[in-house]
Each structure stands twice: as C-alpha cells, then as structure tokens.
Design a protein around this ligand. Structure first.
Ligand SMILES: [Zn+2]
Length: 110
C-alpha cells in the first residue's frame, strides 16, 4: 500500500507597513508564501505549486500575487531594508455597497 498526498505550507516572508487600498490605513501587511508539496509516506518530496498572498492586518484585504511577482518581492525583502519599496497594490474596483446613485449629502430638511 502506497500512502501519498498533498500538504500545504504557509511561510511568512515579510511584514511591512503600507497604505491599504481598501481601508486607507497605514497598516501592517503580511506577505505569505503558500506552497503545496507532494508527499509520499508523509515525507514531503517536492513542491507542486507556489503562490503569494499579501493581507492587510487591519481590514483583512487579501491580494494574490503571481509566482513571478511574489518571488521578486521576496528577493527584495531578502536584500534588506535598503531595498526599494514594493509595487503598490493595484486599486480595487468599486465595492457593491458604493453605489454611484447613492446621494452624497442628505436631502435638505423641509
Ligand atoms: Zn486594509
């Protein structure tokens, strides 16, 4: 009988303070490296997939990066604090609760 499967691993790559595109707070953002490894008899053998996720510790906004973007960020953080700041998170599309037809100011009291 052969026992095999996949197991997920999450590593914290870096924590940095930056302006969140959703909550607009200068909050800490954590960059995680998520890897899925193939295991045989509970021994992890090789990485099957890798992806990166950055989340805002204030509002919980998560932004996924491609493997190439994530590796570039990881290399910058490994280079030390003199490394240039990472690229800002792209702006979010307008949320469903931010309707354009919603009145900006209350109607005048009559
Ligand atoms: Zn936020």
């Amino acid at each position: 009988m052969i026992i095999f499967g996949l197991k997920g691993y999450a590593d914290l790559v870096a924590t940095l303070t930056m302006l969140c595109p959703r909550c607009h707070n200068p909050a800490a953002h954590r960059l995680h490296k998520l890897r899925r490894k193939f295991s045989l008899f509970f021994v992890p053998l090789f990485v099957v997939s890798t992806r990166y996720v950055m989340d805002c510790t204030f509002c919980g906004l998560q932004h996924a990066y491609s493997k190439a973007e994530g590796s570039e960020l990881e290399e910058r953080f490994a280079a030390g604090p003199q490394a240039p700041a990472p690229a800002p998170v792209p702006p979010l599309p307008p949320a469903a609760h931010q309707r354009a037809d919603y009145p900006a100011s209350p109607p005048p009291a009559g």
